[in-house]
Write a protein that binds this ligand. Sequence first.
Ligand code: MG
Length: 264
Amino acid sequence: MMIRDIAATRKYCRFTADGKIYNGILHGNMVDLIEGDLLSGFSTLRMSYPLDHVKLLPPITPTKIWCVGRNYVGHVRELEHDVPDEPLIFMKPLTSIVGNNDPVRVPEWAGRIDYEGELAVIIGKRCHKVPETEALSFVAGYSCFNDVTARDLQNLDGQWTRAKGFDTFGPFGPVVLLTNRMPAAAAVTTRLNGLAVQRDVLSNMIFSVSRIISHISMFATLEPGDVIATGTPEGVGRVRQGDKVEVEIDGIGILSNPFITDHT
Ligand code: MG
């Protein structure tokens, strides 16, 4: 599929309007309501909202959040690690998820906080021990993800659960592009206050989406609603309170989040 063709691919979203939660299909500046949902099937209703009248939510509530570390050569080198022989897998808690435009809350004691723009895969069907050649048939679609990381705590702890597990450290959205294969030439771009700080094409991932799915499925069952963040390109850097981070992936859209001091 060429990049220009994915403009016609449907974009699934969840949103609130008039105090209720709906699922919908975004097209242009309108959101068409649907009956049903991404994982159990849906049909379009004859009712729409203008996009600027709704508040987008995370496009699904994940079942689990899997992540891949060190999956672009440039990023492995910038953090002075070796290129891994197989995908390095970790998880984020479900409470890390927030949607488009939701604030990422940063505690002042947590030290350096980094953005990590990433492609997210949404699993649509249960799978266990699938070969790479069949792996993409279990994909429901793709979205943008920001694997926000407390870099000092990651180095201090020696494992990553606290550093990547804070509430709001998993911005996800704005939509799910309903396709089981992304074009190799599609790029993931991260902008900090409007300035591009990360940009690479998906074909530069060390481990492809099919390899990652196959790898995880060898030790754990992937379930409908599982989300896999596939790793970040070179150019990770610090975010400060008051900054805005955008993660854009060709054909999907822009995930935008302000970073604020945590006063909760
Ligand atoms: Mg990451």
